[in-house]
Structure formats: C-alpha cells, structure tokens
Design a protein around this ligand. Sequence first.
Ligand SMILES: [Zn+2]
Length: 295
Amino acid sequence: MPELPEVESVRRGLAAARVRAPVRTLWRSEHRLRIGKHWREENLEVLVGARPGPVRRRGKHIIWEFFSRSSASNAEKQKPALGLLIHLGMSGRCGIARSAEPRARHTHMMLRFEDDRELRFVDPRRFGGLRAGTLAKLRAAPPLSTLGIEPLDPAFCGAELQTRLGASKRAIRDALLDQHAVAGIGNIYAVEALFIAKIHPLTRATRIRPTAWERLAKALVQVLEQGIANGGTTLKDFRNVVGEVGRNQDDLSVYGRAGQPCPSCGRPLEGFTHGGRSGVLCPVDQARPRGGWVR
Ligand SMILES: [Zn+2]
C-alpha cells in the first residue's frame, strides 16, 4: 500500500505537470471503488469547468485544489474553493497523460482538461477512493478531519508522538499505523523506523520511555525523507505518476530482508507476523523487552 513517501511522489509528479487548463469533461468507469463509507458520494462532476490549482497532500491523501468555474464571484476565482481528494488504496495510480495516449487497463476515472491532457486514475484492485466537493467540506469531514499529525510537520517530535500513542496498549508497530494519531505511516516505514530506533516492534506503547520516543520520532522522519528522496518504495503495486518505479526498496534496512544479515550487527534478521501484518526485526539490536510486549 502506498505510504506517505509514495503519495508524496505522486503529488510532486502531478504538480510538476503544471496543468492550468480547466476541466472539459469527466469520464468515470461503471465500477465502484471499494474504499468504504466516507467515499460513497464521489461528486466528481462538480469539477467540470473548474481550473486546476495547487496539488497538496495530507497523510496518504492527495488533495488537488481547483478554482471554481467562471460563473463564480471574483473572490472565489482568486482562491481555490473546490478540491479533488484521491486515495490510492492498495494499488491505485494516477498521473497526467495526453488524451491520445492509450488508456491503461483498470482505468476508472479521467478528467480531460482543455489542453487535451487528462488526469487518469488506474486501480486494478479498486481499494482506492475519489471524492470532490468544496475544500471547506472536504477538510471538515472524514477522512481528512480525523487525520493525526503530519510526521514531517516541524511540530512533530518524540513528546508529540508519546502524547498521541503513549497510552495505547497496542504493540508500537501497530499503534504507528493508526492514521488518527500520525498520518501517512504504514507498515514498511514503521518497521524501518523501529529498527533504526532500536525498539522491538511488539513493545507495548505504554512501556516506551521518553528517550526512545525521541529516537523513534527522529527515525520516522529519517526513513520518510529517504523514501521521498528515492521517489518511493516499489513493492507489488505502486508505480508513480509516469509509470516509473521508485527505488527506495534498495535502501530499506530490514523490510523484506528476513534471513539476511542485519546491516548493523550482522546477525540474521527475523521475520514476524502480528495482527495479520508481517515485519522484520533484528533480535540483537531490537531485543524483546522483559515483559511489556504484546503477544
Ligand atoms: Zn542487528
């Protein structure tokens, strides 16, 4: 599943396309996306006639802002009032194509702009989500309204992380995936950060000390920034905006490397599964705490 660095790579790709021409037409496949209750009303037709503005990101969501069509008042024309919310789900991709380019299989949405370019959303497994509306409404409603702090926000630190997760009885790896606490982190970057911070992934969050929260916060920022610099991690499904693959998988320390030597101590890395999600740890560098871990 695309995590913050992958979504950020897609966002940068969309922004770099510098689309400024208004939306001429909307095409949507007949297939529903399966992301869940907050996404049923897609409302995409409000974007027809609107002019694209900045592309932003919040957690794992892309928010493409649009200026209202020309019938709007002058004030509305100067500030983007509309937004297109995109969630890539498990296997979603989106990018800008020329309208003459062949359509990929599993294309589910196309916004054609007046300059004959198109935003295309492709999603073989259909766990992604699309929704449009006024920015005010999008921001005030779930999922955006429920998201926790951005880990790349300057206010993010160990104390902040402890405030949000320190009362959780869950294993720290699982607690880190809670988008209501911290937005954008998924399994890959959680596993990587816990290795760098030398914390056993199944340590109960309540048992983590302030110094370890501080190490963890720094490690999260480090792995996310590295992931962004590498254009994201490409596992099974993720492709960035132009179909290129990110190369962060080559720089992962432990994820996907069970049985290989630990990059720090050389002992074999161990795989584990908890709560239906796999992970990897170093049994030496991330020693299991005595008591205080979640079975
Ligand atoms: Zn080690």
